[in-house]
Design a protein around this ligand. Structure first.
Ligand code: ATP
Ligand code: ZN
Ligand code: MG
Length: 501
C-alpha cells in the first residue's frame, strides 16, 4: 500500500469550485486506466484542497503508484484549470510518501538505503520518504528503492556462504623441483623491483623479455589457431562503461578512481601549487576540492571494447568477431592486500572478447576452454586444473552460489603454487573464460537485425601465468619448456645485468 501527501504548485492563488467534481471524475477515469483491479488496489485521491497557490493532495493505493497518479492528475487538472480559470501548474512535490509491502523472506537483519527510512517487521516492510522532487517521482526511484531493499534481504542469505566451485578437469601432477617464492628470487636478481605504490612493480629488461615471450607463445598457440586478432582498448573508463557493463553497481571498494580538474586555470590551482612549494607536501584536500570524478582506470578490461559497437546493429557478415587486447594494465584496489607478483594493483592482463550469434558464441567459448587447457598443460607444461565457478556477474552481484549453465557461465583455470604449500589448497587463478549471454550486448545496446547477439570474454593475468610457471619450474631458463627457453635466451644473453652498489 502506498500513500502520498503532497501538492501541485499553481501559477497563482486560486479558487476552483469545480475541484471536487474533477477529483471524482479523475478517480473514476484516468486513475483506473490500466489497473488490474483483481491484483492491486486502485489508487485514489482522498483529499484535495487549495490553499493559496497550492493544491494539496493525498493519494492512496497500489496502482497506478501514487506518484504516477499524481502525474496523471497533474495533466488532467492543468488542462481543465488552464481552460476554465487560466491557472497553470508549475511543479509538484511529495512532502511525505510511504510504501508498505510484503517481503518474500523474513529479513535476517535490518537494511538501509539512501533517500528512505526503512522499517521491517517480519515479512512486512515500510519505506518512508520526505520532500521528494518532481525528478525523483518521475524517474521511478521509488520502485528501484523497493527492489533494492528486496535484493539486499535476498543477499543476506548468501553472506558467508562459500563461492560455488566444481573442478571439471585436473591436469597431470608434476614433480616439485622448486619451492621458493619466485617474486623474491626475481627481486634479488633485479629483474623486477617494487615501487612505493602498493602492488606495483617496475619490470626490468629480463622479465620484460620473459613476459613478451609468454605473449608470443600464446599468440602462436591460441590466438592464431582460433582466429583472434589484436585490438587496443582504452585503459581509462569513462563512467558510461562501468554503467553499461554493470560494474557501476558494485565496483567502488576496488576501483582506482580517475579525477580531472574542474577548472584548468593556473589561478584556480595556485593555492595547491603554493602549498607544495612551502610544505613539500601534496595538498590532497585542496586537490579533492578542485577535481571531479570522471570514471575509473581499466578494471575488467573488456567494458571499453564496447565503445566500438554500442547502440548499433551489427551486420551478420561481420560475425563472429574475435579479438584480444593486451595494450595496457588493469588497476584494482585489492582490499584484502597484495602479494608478490600474484596479487597486484597494477597488473598485465590478456583479454579475449568474442561476439557472435548464440550457438556460435557458446561453441567459441568451449573451443577457447579446450585451447587454453592445451596451452597451459602441453605448451607451458604447467600443473593446472579447471573449475566451474559462479559467473562473474553473479559473484559481483553478491550471489555466490550460482552455478551458471551449460550455455552461460565462467570457467576458472588454476595453477598449483608449490611455494605456498599443499596441493589440496594452494592454487592460483591464472585465467578465466566466460560465456556472458546478452549481458554486454544488452547493456551497451548492440543488436543483430534478427535473433540474439551473445558475447563472451576470457581474461588471463600475464603476471600470474609468469608466477605459476616460475613457481613450478624455478627461475633458471634451462628448466623451462624448450619453446619458451628458445624465445627467451637469445634476448636475455644480450642484456648486461644491472648491479646496484
Ligand atoms: P581473484 O579471485 O584471484 O582475486 P578475480 O576473480 O578477481 O581473481 P577476475 O576479475 O576474474 O579475477 O580477472 C581475470 C583474471 O585477471 C584472473 O584470472 C587473474 O589471472 C587476473 N587477476 C585478477 N586480479 C589480479 C591481481 N590482483 N593481480 C594479478 N592478476 C589478477
Ligand atoms: Zn571481460
Ligand atoms: Mg579479485
Amino acid at each position: 500500500m502506498f500513500n502520498l501527501k503532497g501538492f501541485l504548485q499553481l501559477s497563482k492563488e486560486a479558487k476552483i469550485p469545480e475541484l471536487k467534481g474533477w477529483v471524482k471524475e479523475a478517480n473514476e477515469t484516468i486513475l483506473k486506466k490500466g489497473a488490474d483491479l483483481k491484483v492491486s488496489k486502485p489508487s485514489k485521491i482522498t483529499v484535495a484542497e487549495i490553499k493559496k497557490d497550492r493544491l494539496y493532495l493525498t493519494i492512496e493505493g497500489e496502482y497506478p503508484r501514487p506518484h504516477d497518479a499524481l502525474q496523471r492528475f497533474r495533466k488532467f487538472f492543468a488542462e481543465k484549470a488552464g481552460k476554465e480559470h487560466k491557472i497553470g501548474v508549475r511543479g509538484q512535490i511529495a512532502e511525505e510518501y510511504s510504501a508498505v509491502f510484503e517481503l518474500e523472506q523474513k529479513a535476517l537483519k535490518t537494511v538501509s538505503v539512501p533517500f528512505a527510512e526503512v522499517k521491517i517487521d517480519g515479512k512486512k516492510c515500510s519505506l518512508k520518504f520526505k520532500d521528494l522532487t518532481e525528478d525523483f517521482l518521475q524517474k521511478n526511484y521509488i520502485d528501484r528503492i523497493m527492489n533494492l531493499v528486496k535484493e539486499k534481504i535476498k543477499y543476506q542469505f548468501y553472506e558467508g556462504k562459500d563461492e560455488f566451485s566444481q573442478t571439471t578437469w585436473t591436469g597431470k601432477e608434476r614433480p616439485t623441483k622448486y619451492r621458493s617464492d619466485p617474486s623474491e628470487d626475481l627481486e634479488n636478481k633485479l629483474w623486477i623491483k617494487r615501487t612505493a605504490s602498493k602492488g606495483q612493480w617496475v619490470i626490468g629488461r629480463e622479465f620484460t623479455v620473459f613476459l613478451n615471450s609468454l605473449k608470443t607463445l600464446m599468440k602462436e598457440n591460441v590466438f592464431k589457431k582460433l582466429g583472434f586478432q589484436e585490438m587496443i582498448f582504452p585503459k581509462f573508463e569513462y563512467w558510461d562503461y562501468p554503467k553499461g557493463s554493470g560494474h557501476a553497481n558494485t565496483i567502488y571498494p576496488n576501483a582506482y578512481f580517475v579525477m580531472v580538474p574542474k577548472n584548468s586555470s593556473t589561478e584556480f590551482w595556485e593555492p595547491v601549487s603554493d602549498h607544495y612549494k612551502i610544505t613539500k607536501e601534496i595538498d590532497k584536500k585542496g586537490i579533492l576540492e578542485r577535481v571531479e570524478s570522471v570514471g575509473i582506470m581499466s578494471y575488467a578490461q573488456c567494458p571499453p571494447f564496447w565503445a566500438l559497437l554500442q547502440q548499433s546493429t551489427v551486420d551478420e557478415s561481420s560475425l563472429p568477431l574475435k579479438v584480444f587486447d593486451w595494450s595496457g594494465p588493469t588497476y584494482r584496489n585489492e582490499a584484502g592486500g597484495t602479494h608478490g607478483l600474484d596479487r597486484l594493483e597494477e597488473f598485465r592482463r590478456i583479454e579475449m572478447i568474442w561476439v557472435a550469434k548464440k550457438e556460435d558464441e557458446i561453441k567459441i567459448w568451449k573451443d577457447i576452454v579446450e585451447s587454453l587447457k592445451n596451452f597451459y598443460d602441453k605448451v607451458l607444461d604447467l600443473e593446472i586444473r579447471t573449475d566451474r565457478v559462479t559467473p562473474w556477474w553473479m559473484a559481483h552481484a553478491g550471489i555466490r552460489t550460482d552455478k551458471g549453465t551449460d550455455e552461460m557461465g565462467t570457467i576458472d583455470f588454476n595453477a598449483y603454487l608449490p611455494y605456498r604449500g599443499d596441493r589440496k589448497q594452494e592454487w592460483l587463478e591464472i585465467q578465466n573464460a566466460s560465456s556472458n549471454g546478452i549481458k554486454y550486448t544488452d547493456g551497451f545496446g548492440v543488436k543483430l537485425p534478427k535473433g540474439e547477439l551473445w558475447s563472451g570474454c576470457a581474461g588471463a593475468g600475464l603476471d600470474r601465468i609468469a608466477v605459476a610457471l616460475l613457481a613450478q619450474k624455478g627461475v633458471n631458463p634451462k628448466d623451462w619448456p624448450s619453446a619458451l627457453t628458445d624465445l627467451v635466451l637469445p634476448d636475455l644473453q644480450n642484456i648486461n645485468p644491472l648491479k646496484l652498489l
